[in-house]
Structure formats: C-alpha cells, structure tokens
Design a protein around this ligand. Structure first.
Ligand SMILES: NC(=O)c1ccc[n+]([C@@H]2O[C@H](COP(=O)([O-])OP(=O)(O)OC[C@H]3O[C@@H](n4cnc5c(N)ncnc54)[C@H](O)[C@@H]3O)[C@@H](O)[C@H]2O)c1
Length: 304
C-alpha cells in the first residue's frame, strides 16, 4: 500500500465519524458513488436510527427508488457498502479518507482527531465537516497537518450541491487536490476557502439569521413578514427566521459566539433575543418551539 495518497483514484474506503444529521447524509452520498463506507457513532441505537434514515428517510435511498431517482439494485448495493460500527478503530484503521461529523464542540473534535491520528496509517487524509471551527486549530493536534482540511457539506447532504473546502495553514496542495477531486467524484460542486472562523458560507448565513433576529427584536417587522420578504424578494427557499428554527437556535448562538470570540468584531455579537430564546429552551424545530411553534418536537410542520 502506497505511503501517501496522491490521487483520488487511490481512495476506496471512507470512514465517516458521527452518524447524526450530517454523517448519515454524507455516508449515503459516498456509498451511492461506489465507496466502501464505515459509519461510526457511540451507540448501536444511534447507528440503527442512522441506517433507517439512510434507507427510508425523506432523502434516503429507498425513498429515491420510489421517486424514480435511483435504481433499486443500485440503492441496495449502496446500502450494503455502509458498515455501521461503534468501534472507532474498526471504522478508521484502513480508511483512505476520514470525514469527521461529530458535534460542533472544539475539544470533542480535537479528542477524536487525536485518537484517529493514533489509529490511522500516515497515508489517511483527515477532513472535518465543521461549520465554523478553525481547521488549523484541529489539524494542530495531529501529526499530519499537511493531510488535514475542511470538507464542509451542506444540509441535507444528499440534496445540496455545494461543498465548501477549507485549506488549513499547513494543508498540502496534494491533499487539497485529492479532496477537491473526491468532491467532484461525489457529484458535488466544490468552492474553496482559506481557513477563517465560519469560512464564508457559515459566516454569511449566520450573520443573515442574526441580523434578521435583530430586526425582529427591534420590532421592525413580524417574523412571518421577514420570512416572506426574504423568500419573495431574494428568492430564498426558506426565510431566515424559519431557517434559524431549523438549524437550531442553540447552534446559531454557538456559531455567533465563536465568531465573536475569535474575531472580536462587534458585527458578530449575537442579538439578545437569540440568547434569551436559548436560555428559555426555545431551540426551534428540535424542541417544538422557537420563533414559531411546531406540531411536535422534531416535526417541522408548524402549528396552525
Ligand atoms: N446540521 C447542519 O445543518 C450542519 C450543516 C453543515 C455542517 N454541520 C456540522 O456537522 C457536524 C455534525 O453536525 P450534525 O448536525 O450532524 O450533529 P448531530 O448532533 O446531528 O450528530 C452528531 C453525531 O455525532 C455523534 N458523536 C458524538 N461523539 C462522537 C464520537 N466521539 N465519535 C463518533 N460519533 C460521535 C453523536 O452521537 C451524534 O449522533 C458539526 O460539526 C456541525 O457543525 C452541521
């Protein structure tokens, strides 16, 4: 086996670490495009739920068969290529590429990458699906900062076309090229960003949601009208207040606080209303109540 991965053609096996919203979608896309995938999470229960989502979720493989988007035999073959496991060593020991998708907690991600650095051979390329944390910071806990970069997928991963690639300070041209080519092979369109908190996509969308919440806080417009204005004036598929409820208000606050703490620019200061909503446990769709009320926690349908 070659000491280094210098071409995307050497990539056969991908380890996805974290089987939540993003990890499940990413694993599904990789398997659909013919890669052997291991999917690691911390419990069998989470993995069973993840496999069910990959199979029959709204963007799942069998749902795709019903909608005529993928042939049944291709969907079955893709499903068979995904091996769920709770064992990190088993998942990563012979992976060519790791895609990390554990929660957005810097210390947790650093711990996971330290463990992976011990488990994986030197050839393995590490990527993080972080939406805001600096790549150079995480790469610094490994002995392979040159083989480390950001691969920021969008939600839902099987549907959204763009993947933002982030080069850490030490990311080699070779690693960047392999991950760029891999992104294209996975049917996505890459955009490239240098390392910075929130990169470009999260920085823009977090600021947009935060500014919209501030407009609401100042009483300039109702939540519904802000959403309608953005959908009908800008052609956005979803208004920023609804989007914040979908992303999770705790996550939006976490991102804003991180951007502010690292950049020290007042434009990243989170509106007080956002902080109050989180303090009150109104986190959005996941708790059934955010700026809007939903039929049940986790159900995106709004109450009449
Ligand atoms: N949700 C989004 O819209 C979105 C979009 C782009 C990027 N991201 C980023 O993707 C990452 C994951 O986000 P998510 O929304 O999928 O979170 P999530 O909470 O849905 O999933 C995270 C999963 O990681 C698991 N986990 C925790 N510790 C682990 C460990 N040590 N090893 C393996 N698995 C572990 C959890 O059990 C959970 O299932 C975050 O960095 C987030 O910022 C999220």
């Amino acid at each position: 086996m070659s000491e280094r991965i210098t071409s995307v053609d050497q990539v056969k096996k991908i380890a996805v670490i974290g089987a939540g919203i993003m990890g499940t979608g990413i694993a599904q896309v990789c398997a659909t495009y013919g890669y052997e995938v291991t999917l690691r999470d911390i419990s069998e229960e989470i993995l069973n739920r993840a496999m069910e989502t990959i199979k029959s979720g709204p963007f799942g493989l069998m749902t795709g068969v019903e909608k005529g988007k993928i042939k049944k035999e291709d969907a079955e073959a893709a499903l068979a290529r995904i091996k769920p496991t709770t064992d990190l060593r088993e998942a990563a020991k012979d992976a060519d590429v790791v895609i990390e998708a554990v929660p957005e907690i810097l210390d947790l991600k650093k711990q996971v990458f330290k463990e992976l650095d011990e488990i994986c051979p030197p050839r393995t390329i590490f990527t993080s699906n972080t939406s805001s944390l600096m790549i150079t910071d995480m790469a610094g806990v490994t002995k392979r900062a040159d083989r480390f970069m950001g691969m920021h997928w969008m939600n839902p991963a099987p549907v959204m076309q763009c993947v933002e690639l982030i080069r850490g300070l030490e990311t080699s041209d070779e690693t960047y090229k392999v991950i760029y080519d891999l992104t294209v092979k996975l049917g996505k369109t890459p955009v490239t960003c240098m390392d910075s908190p929130g990169f470009v996509t999260t920085r823009l969308i977090a600021m947009f949601m935060s500014d919209a919440i501030e407009c609401l806080e100042r009483g300039l417009m109702s939540a519904d009208d802000i959403d309608i204005a953005c959908r009908l004036s800008f052609g956005h598929p979803m208004g920023p207040i609804t989007l914040a409820d979908f992303v999770g208000l705790d996550t939006v606050l976490h991102i804003m606080d991180y951007l502010y703490s690292v950049m020290e620019d007042p434009k990243f200061r989170a509106p007080l209303l956002l902080r109050k909503m989180v303090q009150a446990g109104r986190l959005g769709v996941k708790t059934g109540r955010g700026f809007y009320e939903y039929e049940a926690p986790g159900k995106p349908k709004r109450k009449k």
